[in-house]
Design a protein. Structure first.
Length: 369
């Protein structure tokens, strides 16, 4: 049996909780005018420099948070597969991932769409909504993770334990640079046909090069114990690179603001710069967060272990509470900054609390939801 991550890692739990909160913050910011698509946007939106600042923050978030989720998810897959075998592994993953995905598509997503219609004071035909509005919404992540895991099982069955992963030691600087260049170029080319914002069943393929790369890196990191080799001094270097990259990209966008191009995709310098910028931030921020949480968050803590167990259900439920909070913030005439703070804080607390209550149901807890 090959080496893989098996032991409990408290810092990964805390990092999952942090990333779940970032997801809630991200979607809340979009609701108040930052770039991106969301179910319901407030009538009070950021404008001018405030919108530009929040859109930059959204770009920073987007560069790493979901890719890092894929990396963390992949870390635990080899050990789970080896412990359970192909059939039981697939059965457990279909129950843990497939059932909530189906319930979200058939029930929760139509309910949120109908609720938005009610908030906008339009005529809502609930029957038609539940018959036709079947999309994964933020659960695109779970759908993608299922596909990745099915492909992983297929690989393990067709290529039983070849030594390829054993030969891939801790990546050198050259290999990391090649990873970033490849991810950036492939993303740029993909976005010629699938620009940011264009999706198929909730999947924005323009972001997938980093998702695939980070998931694959997670599988290898689990076997080669890469996380035992990360260092604080290297994290500081990456943080410095990230800060420089953010400032440089912001300046580049300002200088080219009237160029006529779009960073969402197309054969233009803004799109190319954005595609090449994302992998730098993804690798740098992910490395920095991993070492920070490992260095200062690796002590077992009952509360964070509980929150980590609740984070998956929180992810599933959060769109409902973000939409509801946005409506209340609008009704109470909050400006965008007040709305962001109110909705983000209340959505995090209420969603985690609701998730914890739901997970007291024995079947829910047994299924890993």
């Amino acid at each position: 049996m090959e080496k893989s991550i098996k032991q409990y890692c408290p810092y990964l739990d805390k990092l999952r909780v942090f990333l779940t909160c970032v997801v809630i913050f991200h979607h809340t910011a979009i609701a108040f005018g930052a770039s991106g698509g969301w179910y319901y946007k407030s009538s009070e939106l950021w404008e001018g420099w405030s919108k530009a600042l929040m859109s930059l923050i959204m770009g920073i978030d987007q560069s790493y948070f979901m890719a890092l989720f894929f990396f963390i998810s992949a870390l635990l897959i080899p050990a789970s597969y080896e412990r359970k075998g192909a059939v039981r592994f697939l059965k457990d993953r279909l129950i843990r991932l497939g059932v909530p995905l189906l319930m979200f598509i058939l029930l929760l997503n139509p309910a949120i769409v109908g609720l938005v219609g009610e908030f906008r004071a339009v005529s809502v035909d609930w029957k038609q909504i539940f018959l036709h509005y079947h999309k994964p919404g933020p659960m695109w992540f779970v759908l993608t993770l299922m596909v990745f895991e099915l492909l992983y099982v297929g690989y393990r069955i067709l290529c039983p334990q070849k030594k390829a992963t054993n030969q891939m030691k801790y990546p050198s600087v050259k290999q990391i640079i090649m990873f970033m260049l490849t991810a950036g170029v492939v993303a740029f080319l993909l976005r010629l046909d699938y620009p940011i914002g264009k999706s198929w069943f909730g999947l924005q393929f323009g972001y997938f090069p980093l998702y695939i790369g980070m998931y694959g890196a997670g599988l290898i990191a689990a076997r080669q114990k890469w996380l035992e080799q990360i260092e604080w001094r290297t994290a500081i270097v990456w943080l410095t690179i990230v800060v420089i990259a953010i400032v440089a990209f912001a300046a580049f966008c300002y200088v080219n603001r009237d160029s006529g191009g779009s960073d969402s995709g197309g054969w233009n310098r803004l799109a190319f710069a954005y595609a090449m910028w994302e992998p730098i931030l993804c690798v740098g921020i992910s490395y920095f967060l991993l070492i920070v949480f490992k260095r200062w968050g690796n002590t077992p803590n009952h509360i964070f272990r509980m929150l980590a167990a609740d984070s998956y259900m929180t992810y599933i439920l959060h769109p409902f509470f973000v939409v509801l909070g946005t409506y209340l913030a609008q009704k109470w005439n909050f400006n965008p900054w007040e709305g962001l703070m109110f909705v983000c804080a209340t959505a995090i607390v209420v969603t985690f609390g609701t998730a914890h209550l739901i997970r007291q149901i024995p079947l829910v807890r047994k299924c890993g939801w």
